[in-house]
Design a protein around this ligand. Sequence first.
Ligand SMILES: Cc1cc2nc3c(=O)[nH]c(=O)nc-3n(C[C@H](O)[C@H](O)[C@H](O)COP(=O)(O)OP(=O)(O)OC[C@H]3O[C@@H](n4cnc5c(N)ncnc54)[C@H](O)[C@@H]3O)c2cc1C
Ligand code: FES
Ligand code: FES
Length: 491
Amino acid sequence: MTQVTNTVRFVLDGQIVEAQGKRRTTTVLDYLREQMHRTGTKEGCAEGDCGACVVMVGELNAAGTGVDYVATNACIQLLPSLDGKSVKTVESLKNADGTLHPVQAEMVKCHGSQCGFCTPGIVMSLVNLVQVLPTPNRQQITDALSGNLCRCTGYKPIIESATQACAKPEALKLNDSADVPLLKQIQRASVPTLSLDGDIIVQPVVRTKKGNEFVSPATLTEVADYLVKHPTTTLLAGSTEIGLQVNKQFARPEHIMYLGNVKELRQVTETESLWRIGAAVSLTQVEALMAQAYPDFAEVLRRFGSPPIRSTATLAGNIANGSPIGDSMPCLLALGASLVLRRGDKTRHVLLENFYTGMKKNVLASGEFIEAVELRKPVAGQVFRAHKVSKRFEQDISATCAAISYRLEAGKLKGVKLAYNGLSPFPARAPQLEAVLEGKAPADVQAAELDAVIAASFTARDGLRATWAYRALVARNLVLEFIEEQTKEVA
Ligand SMILES: Cc1cc2nc3c(=O)[nH]c(=O)nc-3n(C[C@H](O)[C@H](O)[C@H](O)COP(=O)(O)OP(=O)(O)OC[C@H]3O[C@@H](n4cnc5c(N)ncnc54)[C@H](O)[C@@H]3O)c2cc1C
Ligand code: FES
Ligand code: FES
């Protein structure tokens, strides 16, 4: 374990790369293209939407014997967050004898490429998929490609290439044996460094001449301590918001603290009744966690951005960002989720429904951050439904997403919690609508009554994504849809 400051160290195809003197906001894409001349990785949108920049980012697996990869949008990831990790670009796929990876070879055979601009990103998304799923079905292939836009070829031959490549599953796995010892060599210390006075010292990965820092601590104690000492620090989790602020609004935060290496924040722990989801747990992991317990929540997450977005984006980042159309929040609100907020060594619990105080405003105090999200497990008789309405099925932002939780007791709706995004300045529960539903038999719920309460509950505002009239109609129809199955059963 070594501490190296002002140098970002990562592994690229069996070699340690030492990036020195880089800005804390240099993107992975710019570094790969401009410094490493890996120009196979393209820039299309620079905002995580098109997939032309997809690379694979790997970390040592838990046993330290291999590398776990995720597909990532290099355009919105900051270079210092690569410290201690490995990267594979499309150039990494070529074998020493010049032969191509089966996915590439089949792209050629199946005519999966025309202008070729999207091709490296598509190949990397597919190669990433087959590392964990050597025999994916069509749905898994199309899911994996949902963040890759191709304007000229069309997806049929691309999907065909993936299917054909998987006919030879033994040749799909990347050989990362040379990377494993190097990854071990560049790991940073996993315990805090202390000064002679016992003060915690967080060694910066990047420190500029002006004294601005990019830090990447390994422990919760360091995060809490650093944030109290530097309360204006920008927290960086999955970078799917921050990366856009850097690229599109030219944001240059003074201090940036990356949470992706903090072991406590990467854990999901559970009791009999709840999960505690650490602030650095990715949406991909949350999606898997929800699959059995709350399948509609998992489906909302499956339609959240794309696989490369979900592989880094976090639940805590979605909540902290507080977008009025944030997708996880309606589900979490309907499920009564609460947040563990930490400042220094003190924590407090705040219900998510009490977290927001206005558009993108919340109750976080100076130096305080979200440590975890606590979510109750389903109880007997609980019904949970959620649905996201957007113009496109995949990789699109909500017009409205709604979620509801209730029980049916003696044919009546009980314990109703209903929440929306897109209808108010922040995702919120709809108490007046809940009151209309509470205690009523599903078949007695009238559309006109819901319409009247929706009109009285929210301020009518047309938005870029949808008119108010459309949103209000969707809000009402989703409630009817959510209780329709009960109407059928009771009838
Ligand atoms: C292409 C694309 C598609 C997207 N699709 C969707 C979508 O379908 N639905 C949707 O809701 N959103 C979507 N988003 C938005 C974004 O992905 C989500 O908001 C995501 O959950 C943000 O999480 P992150 O970990 O990437 O946050 P980051 O970008 O790392 O941080 C976001 C904000 O949260 C703060 N923050 C992060 N962690 C903490 C913490 N622990 N405590 C306090 N503050 C913290 C950061 O300082 C920052 O202000 C999309 C974004 C992109 C680029
Ligand atoms: S360049 Fe479009 S997703 Fe990165
Ligand atoms: S081959 Fe041209 S964009 Fe896909």
